[in-house]
Design a protein around this ligand. Sequence first.
Ligand code: NDP
Length: 286
Amino acid sequence: MSAIILAGKIYAEQLKQAAKNKINALIEKTGIHPGLTVIIVGEDPASQIYVRNKHRTCEEMGINSQIVRLPADVSKNELIKNIKMLNENKTVHGILLQLPLPQHLQKYESEILYKIAPHKDVDGFHPVNVGKLSIGEKALVPCTPFGCIKMLELANIPIDGKNAVIIGRSNIVGKPMANLLLAHNATVTICHSHTKNLPYITANADILISAVGKPGFVTADMVKPGATVIDIGINRIAPKKIVGDVDFQNVKEKAGFITPVPGGVGLLTIAMLMHNTADAAYHQLL
Ligand code: NDP
């Protein structure tokens, strides 16, 4: 039997509606709209599209959205000066630095990101938020893994006591995903490029999450019958063709639930950014 497709659009709409309710309640209580500022450095075309989408969604949500555009050759110090000004600005509750940075700034990426005040760090990348998540305290959580957990909850897919396997251990996806699943009482295995006998491990997963960045990486033989398969990968294989990590056509015949790419968890990321901005504003205003 073919898997049930978890359509990101449906869950993203539900999550955005929940965020909007939260934002409306805040505005009613304080008379203040949450503020999100996105900093974009240079002219990377994909980043321009992401920033435009974020701006549009903010407007729909009642979030005051501001974009700070800096030239591609901006110095590290100038960029940090802008971040520090936003840290001090009381009308700005969330700050997001759009990645990737231009080449000359890439080696300073962490140093620059960590200048964002933890309580305004709506991407959840600051070590204070990373630490809080790992010890089970309330934190601003990276949007993509946060969206995946919310989707599992909305779809009534049990997590407690399940075997969850994540392929990928990056700081922005794999590791926070693991901490979130652990917080929901899953038994969690994290795999990476040094993992031996990967198909054996993944074939025991009730929930299999791929965040690798390689098309066709997860094949049907790696999947337990009836498993939930979440594909976080985004791979551009032609100018207008994007696929995930999962061999969707074959895996969908074996899995119980599966997310497509496009149209899957990618859509949840912006919705969770709205949540994080609302949460950051609550924390700062109430
Ligand atoms: P990274 O490149 O930082 O991490 C990739 C991970 O995959 C690494 O941990 C790497 O292992 C692991 N890996 C690579 N090859 C293998 C292999 N042969 N076997 C097992 N593990 C392997 O990527 P990100 O985490 O940043 O992103 C992952 C994917 O998710 C990308 O396609 C990205 O575009 C997408 N993405 C999607 C988002 C969304 O909104 N939907 C948001 C963010 C990312 P090792 O650590 O050993 O190198």
